[in-house]
Design a protein around this ligand. Structure first.
Ligand code: HEC
Length: 120
């Protein structure tokens, strides 16, 4: 019995090493991320579409975050400034991965050069 447990533990470690964050992102669900973004209250400061807020004390634009997933995760777990921390007990790794996938899935704005009215 003990051997089975050791084997399962080793198998889980091997899986974590082989899969890593990229594989976690590959199976992430943007649909679930949208639900988690609302459930965990990210929208209260960052807007439902991650559009940020004009209030300077509130959250930044998130829909086109340049943060790679690991930096995004590290920030949410231990943020700077006015953002409250979201620890793993409150917001699971899987929900956070899905939130990232949701933000990545949101349409990005056109560059100003593609908007005729803004051309000189
Ligand atoms: C109470 C308001 C509030 C809530 C709720 C909140 N944030 Fe924030 N968030 C902020 C503020 C304010 C900043 C900017 C912090 C600073 O640098 O002063 C920020 C910054 C961030 C950044 C860094 C963006 C960048 O490009 O530097 C990320 C990522 C982020 N928030 C994700 C989230 C996620 C995901 C959630 C939900 C789990 C969330 N936030 C909930 C207020 C909030």
């Amino acid at each position: 019995m003990a051997n089975v447990r050791v084997f399962l533990t080793l198998a889980a470690f091997a899986g974590a090493i082989v899969l890593g964050p990229d594989a976690a992102l590959a199976v992430a669900s943007a649909d679930n991320g949208k639900v988690a973004f609302v459930k965990h209250g990210c929208w209260q400061c960052h807007g439902f579409e991650g559009q940020g807020s004009s209030d300077t004390s509130a959250g930044r634009v998130l829909y086109d975050t340049k943060l790679p997933f690991n930096a995004f995760k590290a920030y949410v777990r231990d943020p700077s400034g006015a953002m409250p921390p979201f620890h793993a007990e409150v917001l699971s790794d899987s929900d956070l991965t899905d939130i990232y996938a949701y933000l990545q899935s949101l349409p990005k704005p056109k560059p100003a050069s593609d908007i005729p009215l803004l051309k000189q």
